[in-house]
Write a protein that binds this ligand. Structure first.
Ligand code: BG6
Length: 278
């Protein structure tokens, strides 16, 4: 079943329920903020104190960072781009069978977007909700000029505890440490006992995240960069919509085209960043 819902403050979202999973997707930002398989705990982390308000990004779920990832050179422009706070249109909602539902949301250029980023575009997010979560973010260039994008499906995973978390699949991969801006190389699995903010490059295989309760798999296509982030204690205290112990139960593994993995999209051409989580 796919239902359009509204919070008392007018915030709109789509609720999906089928025999294998359930999900909630806000029209603002095409922001998936809940995904849970039947009989399991939620896979996505969502801050208990997150805002569901016009113009503010939801803290948790899968924010869409687009058309730039991270800070813009012009610091008056929003970190992680404008797509995550823009209103998207629902293009279609459908049910392939009782186990799988599909939602397509679209953002196109507007007077507001052209002031921040001077290109004509169409951006589609195609979500498939089943016992696997599939996210396909398709950028189409409708402009006369080529443009360059950096982007991420900024997935917040829910954890038993950060001290239980182990990420495999990035051994020997080079990364940019966003805390020191130095280039490093990963040695072995990733575990956490301090703030981590890294852009892994040359990523070509599946990544797994294990905690005390389960192992999740992340498989990306048309992406060779992955961001791994946990803000730890001090940064959490400075962040919006995060309780002080929030860092203990979340971890981001972001399917990206960031830094050296920026993509140029030529006129009338498309680029699709795809992530599967299962
Ligand atoms: C991550 C960045 O992708 O997003 C972090 O690597 C950043 O540096 C985090 O703090 C959250 O960003 P925001 O804008 O949602 O607070």
């Amino acid at each position: 079943m796919i239902t359009h819902k509204k919070l008392p403050n007018g915030f709109e979202y789509i609720e999906v329920k089928n025999s294998s999973a359930e999900a909630k997707i806000a029209l603002q930002g095409a922001h998936l903020f809940h995904y849970k398989r039947v009989g399991e705990e939620p896979i996505l982390w969502l801050s208990e104190v997150s805002d569901f308000e016009a113009g503010k990004a939801i803290r948790g779920g899968v924010p869409i960072c687009w058309p730039w990832f991270g800070f813009h050179q012009d610091r008056s422009l929003p970190q992680h781009g404008f797509a995550r706070t823009a209103m998207w249109d629902c293009v279609s909602c459908s049910e392939a069978d009782e186990k799988s539902s599909s939602v397509i949301l679209r953002l196109t250029h507007s007077q507001g977007s052209l002031k921040m980023w001077p290109y004509l575009f169409e951006l589609d997010l195609h979500l498939t909700i089943s016992d696997k979560l599939t996210m396909e973010l398709k950028t189409t260039n409708l402009d006369r000029n080529s443009f360059k994008i950096t982007q991420a499906l900024h997935t917040y995973f829910s954890l038993s505890h950060i001290s239980d978390a182990v990420i495999k699949g990035l051994d020997k991969k080079p990364y940019l440490d966003a805390l020191t801006w130095k280039k490093e190389v990963q040695e072995g699995d990733i575990t956490f006992n301090q703030e981590v903010d890294r852009v892994y490059q040359e990523v070509d295989g599946e990544i797994t995240l294990s905690d005390k309760n389960r192992t999740l798999h992340v498989r990306n296509e048309n992406s060779s960069s992955v961001v791994v982030w946990n803000p730890w204690i001090e940064k959490t205290s400075r962040m919006s919509a995060m309780k002080e112990d929030a860092y203990e139960h979340m971890l981001c593994i972001e399917s990206a085209n960031a830094f050296d993995d920026a993509r140029v999209v030529k006129p009338q051409k498309s680029h699709t960043l795809k992530a599967e989580i299962f």
